[in-house]
Design a protein around this ligand. Sequence first.
Ligand code: ATP
Ligand code: MG
Length: 247
Amino acid sequence: MFFEVQDLTKTYIHNGHRFAAVDHLSFSLSPGEILAVAGESGSGKSTLCRLICQFARADSGHIFFHDQDTTHVPEKERKNLYHHIQMVFQHPYRSFHPRFTLEKSILAGIHNYHIPCTPEMLRHHMEEVHLTRDLIRRYPHEVSGGECQRAALLRSLVIGPELLICDEVTSALDATIRNDIAGLIRRICQHHHIACLFITHDLYLARTMADRILIMHHGRAVEEGTAEQIFLHPQQPYTKELLSSLL
Ligand SMILES: Nc1ncnc2c1ncn2[C@@H]1O[C@H](COP(=O)(O)OP(=O)(O)OP(=O)(O)O)[C@@H](O)[C@H]1O
Ligand SMILES: [Mg+2]
């Protein structure tokens, strides 16, 4: 199995009560597949991303990548994991060092992972995300949100991941460029055969973007299916409620 989450649970304590932000969640991903994870605010989507990327520790359950248990990866072995699993965050400006040009941050990643990336390869990747040399030589505050997010995508792309985790990567952006960024991510993932976990509030975006959609509610997987199954034949009351709120 390429990527699998099995019975994953993460609890927190609020006001003396323990509650599950991620609650016995299970799903799997095939190589190159795009899975959108959709759900309302607080349903546990970011917690799931944090568990996969080792920013938080699961209470129980497992995460497997290429059949290897990556639920708890020791700190010194995480670099190897991040070589294969990359993450793009919601706020592009915050994910870059403010005193580094975008290029410097991107090159730092290439050096850190010892990626054999020639200037020609970098130029090719820049073209893929529609960025120019002039643009990446600027500081984060000198580019637009969409440009900064494309630079974040470029920084992940040059590492050559097999799985890209995108947590609300379009929600801090102007509505007019949301579809552009989502479309770009889809094309890049398809072209390079990169699997993608695309976290979003936006069910319409999930529909255009993903091969499959997983609906989360209170940390649980409520329903999972192709975009067509979810939109045309929803089975669960919560999914129907979510869809009717779009009308
Ligand atoms: N570090 C933490 N400590 C305590 N509670 C937390 C922590 N992180 C998340 N939570 C709680 O876990 C639940 C799930 O949060 P999470 O950020 O995963 O939701 P989300 O689906 O990403 O929401 P949004 O769509 O608003 O980004 C929320 O109730 C949140 O308050
Ligand atoms: Mg979130």
